[in-house]
Write a protein that binds this ligand. Structure first.
Ligand SMILES: *[C@@H]1O[C@H](CO)[C@@H](O)[C@H](O)[C@H]1NC(C)=O
Ligand SMILES: *[C@@H]1O[C@H](CO)[C@@H](O)[C@H](O)[C@H]1NC(C)=O
Ligand SMILES: *[C@@H]1O[C@H](CO)[C@@H](O)[C@H](O)[C@H]1NC(C)=O
Length: 504
């Protein structure tokens, strides 16, 4: 027999392979735990960071003090260190005010590199974690503001720094997640560079209406620009939405609560035209150039939805495309558009319009069948397109009008009721109304039901016996109301806190 010279070699090879396989398994396991589990310790599992703490109710575990030394490699840049110190001083103030404590379980929302989390940890607030769409262990776990990876009532303190809320495309979901994960009585601190005017500041508070405002003040941001720090506390008892709604809509149904900043906006609006225009077809049309749009004066961030309601929309081109889409300043928000138009002649084209919802009914004060007549103003040039189509003018209700042919029948619906079930105070609502005299029924009903308070900006044409273009010295016989009555309506709307403009 040959001496087994090859055997030790073979043995060594096997040993080396086994060993490297072991190292590989170890390395893969290590990488898995550090990247996927964020270095957490599950019982009986490989343990990388020994002092982990488990945030109650959280599905993600959070590292404790050990993290501070582990992130030493991060704090090399001066800028990064500067940011950590900035957040330390912010949190120090919050500790002295009592909104943050060393025992707080704390969350930093949408923090990209975790300076704020590190500041908390260095201050001994060990149960703190950040979320961002990209995890950055050990400070930041994967998560987004609108979908936090934590259970309900997890945190005592939540912080949104560096304009995170301002950048959010879904502020309502941002807020709803905080409502879910912040404990009752917990604190919420927001740094924002928007919310500069009272209007947007109040929409911000409305967004977090599950909190009360503790304080708000201007401070220097991390890059020394001026920002606003808003400190809020979550209600201990759940304040029903109902209670909130009624406090906003005022104590009686027919009065909107109008805070001073809203009155100020109305006071600064373009003046109403007090003298009856002799050439209304020119004066009223030109007036749209004087309109001070609300969205050119205040920031409309922090609203839940953006809604445009065109009552008496006619064809798509007549006001939605030519005015709202083109001219109304929208601050880059996407609006949900509702077109309310009873005239069947216009319905077809709306089928091709995505993002525009057609309500093929007449806006009315209750749900009922209406009979209408097609009106044609002899003074007006007949519409160039659409074959001289007049305007639908609901005249008689089903109860008072019998024996008319079915072709002149349309369905009317309760506009005020619809508005109240479609939008809330947290939405931004613009309405245009051009309804051939029916406004004298609709507006009192909107006021009486409080639905008018849901409208942020209102444009309406008031129909009266105007001077005619064709025939000097003659008034239109189509409408009975006078200019004075129209002016009264506009004035009383503005006095009751509605930002209304004269439409032509
Ligand atoms: C906040 O949460 C409570 C309890 O789940 C809920 O009733 C309330 O409507 C929420 N509020 C907001 C603004 O999300
Ligand atoms: C709207 O978006 C454009 C391009 O993204 C930007 O230049 C502009 O400043 C934005 N306007 C507002 C009011 O946010
Ligand atoms: C009126 O009609 C609308 C739309 O069809 C409906 O949603 C609403 O419930 C009706 N209201 C009443 C009081 O019947």
């Amino acid at each position: 027999m040959e001496p087994p010279t090859l055997k030790p070699n073979l043995l060594r090879n096997i040993l080396i392979r086994l060993l490297s396989f072991g190292v590989l398994v170890f390395a893969v396991r290590f990488a898995y735990i550090v990247t996927v589990k964020g270095g957490s310790c599950d019982s009986g599992d490989f343990c990388f960071f020994p002092e982990n703490l488990n945030i109650r109710g959280a599905s993600v575990r959070v590292q404790s003090v050990s993290a501070v030394s582990d992130v030493g490699h991060l704090s090399t840049t001066k800028k990064w260190r500067g940011s950590v110190d900035y957040y330390s001083s912010i949190f120090q103030d919050l500790i002295s005010e009592g909104s943050l404590s060393p025992n707080s379980i704390a969350l930093c929302i949408e923090t990209q590199t975790g300076e704020d989390v590190l500041a908390l940890k260095e201050m001994g607030i060990v149960d703190s974690v950040g979320i961002f769409k990209k995890a950055y262990p050990p400070l930041i776990v994967h998560g987004e503001a609108h979908s936090q990876p934590f259970g309900a009532d997890t945190f005592d303190f939540e912080f949104s720094g560096n304009g995170g809320l301002d950048r959010s495309a879904r502020p309502a979901e941002f807020a709803a997640e905080i409502n879910r994960t912040l404990k009752p009585g917990g604190f919420l601190v927001i740094h924002t560079s928007a919310a500069k005017d009272m209007y947007s500041f109040n929409s911000l508070l409305e967004l977090f209406n599950f909190c009360i405002l503790i304080r708000s003040h201007e401070i220097d941001g991390v890059d020394s620009s001026s920002i606003r720090e808003v400190v809020m506390k979550k209600h201990v008892e759940i304040l029903g939405f109902e209670a909130r709604e009624s406090s906003l809509s005022g104590n009686s149904a027919n009065k909107c609560s109008v805070p001073g900043y809203k009155r100020e906006i109305i006071r600064n609006a373009e003046p109403l035209i007090l003298e009856e225009p002799l050439k209304p077809w020119i004066t009223l049309k030109r007036n749209i150039k004087n309109v001070k749009y609300l969205t050119s004066v205040v920031d409309i961030s922090y609203k839940n939805r953006y809604v445009y309601v065109d009552v008496g929309a006619r064809s798509y081109g007549s006001s939605i495309a030519s005015w709202f889409k083109k001219q109304y300043p929208k601050q880059n928000k996407t609006f949900d558009v509702y077109a309310i138009e009873a005239d069947r002649a216009f319905h077809e084209e709306y089928k091709r319009k995505k993002r525009v919802k057609l309500l093929p009914y007449a806006a009315w004060v209750r749900n009922e069948t209406l009979f209408f007549e097609i009106t044609r103003d002899p003074g007006k040039k007949v519409m160039p397109k659409g074959g001289g189509m007049g305007r639908i003018h609901p005249v008689k209700t089903s109860s008072s009008y019998m024996g008319h042919s079915d072709t002149n029948k349309i369905e009317g619906f309760d506009l005020a009721d619809w508005l109240k079930s479609t939008v809330t105070y947290r939405d931004f609502v613009v309405m245009k109304m051009d309804v051939e005299g029916t406004e004298f029924h609709l507006i009192p009903r909107l006021i009486q039901t409080g639905a008018i308070c849901l409208i942020d900006e209102f444009f309406f044409e008031c129909h009266y016996n105007r001077w005619q273009r064709c025939c000097p010295g003659q008034r239109s016989a189509k409408y009975q109301k006078t200019y004075a009555q129209c002016l009264d309506l506009f004035t009383s709307l503005r006095e009751s806190g509605v930002l209304v403009h004269q439409w032509w």
